[in-house]
Design a protein around this ligand. Structure first.
Ligand code: NDP
Ligand code: 8X3
Length: 249
């Protein structure tokens, strides 16, 4: 029987790549995001019988509910929720960061994620489904300018483990995927549209690709029902850890 995944943040990066890979692997996908034209193009490319475009701002709980209530019957039974939509805003240290940026990250990466998860949990339990949350290496490893972004991703990773505890015995699987540097629109968004900064970050670094991460999401989704991957932390070979910093007098 065809399984159905709801993948948030499907207009770009990991989400768009995941939609393509899931459809190629025989899944049906509900693809969400704000940019309607990109969702429509994806549905046209892959087939509207395979991809249902659900356009809404994930921070708008009413719009989310309206989109879920309007799902066509063929897409109404959701087996997998991929909480991928998210963003970083800003690279400034906390003392110079924008509070608006912090609130945008918290509203998107935390509040919207828990709202959608809470809404879909009863159906996921009924169908013995799965949840894959896209977290980040920033959940574990702090870096200058990572402040609220890292905090939101630490929430995502810990929430994932907490869900596992609560869903004990239901058969619902929960995984956090924690990528390091991957080239997508992430840095363009983080820098509020600075293409040169994005190019400079990824240039010569041989970063991971959206397809790399999508493949991990699909791999987890297709594992046998008795296996749960709690978390996957992955990085490009070119990225690793640096030492503690010391401020000297
Ligand atoms: P992109 O910027 O390429 O994609 C982000 C997606 O999130 C877009 O589809 C965007 O859709 C969606 N999104 C953002 N805000 C909203 C909103 N308010 N409502 C609906 N959708 C929204 O970045 P990535 O693919 O890289 O990011 C995907 C996830 O991976 C994020 O959670 C990010 O934090 C995480 N991540 C990224 C890493 C990287 O190095 N790239 C590493 C580790 C984690 P739209 O703008 O159309 O609404
Ligand atoms: C994205 C990876 O290192 O830019 O989550 O925070 S990083």
């Amino acid at each position: 029987m065809t399984r159905t995944a709801l993948i948030t943040g499907a207009t770009s990066g990991f989400g768009a790549a995941a939609v393509r890979q899931f459809v190629a692997a025989g899944w049906q996908v509900i693809a969400t995001g704000r940019r309607a034209e990109r969702l429509a193009a994806l549905a046209d490319e892959l087939g509207t019988d395979k991809v249902h475009a659900a356009c809404f701002d994930i921070r708008d709980a009413d719009a989310m509910e309206a989109a879920l209530s309007a799902l066509p019957p063929a897409f109404a039974g959701i087996d997998l929720l991929v909480n991928n939509a998210g963003l970083a805003q800003g690279t400034a240290p906390a003392q110079r960061a924008s509070l608006d940026d912090w609130r945008t990250m918290i509203d998107t990466n935390i509040t919207a994620l828990v709202t959608l998860t809470h809404r879909l949990l009863p159906g996921l339990i009924q169908r013995r489904g799965a949840i894959i949350n896209v977290s980040s290496t920033a959940a574990t490893y702090p870096y200058p300018g990572g402040n609220a972004y890292g905090g939101t991703k630490a929430f995502v990773s810990q929430f994932s483990l907490g869900l596992r505890s609560d869903l004990h015995g239901t058969g619902v699987r929960v995984t956090a995927i924690e990528p390091g540097m991957a080239e997508t629109e992430f840095t363009l968004v983080r820098t509020h549209g600075d293409q040169a900064a994005s190019d400079a970050l990824y240039g010569g670094a041989n970063p991971m690709t959206a397809e790399d991460i999508a493949a991990q999401i699909l791999w987890v989704a297709n594992l046998p029902a008795h296996l749960n991957i709690n978390r996957i932390e992955l990085m490009p070979v070119s990225q690793s850890f640096a030492g503690f910093q010391v401020a000297r007098e």
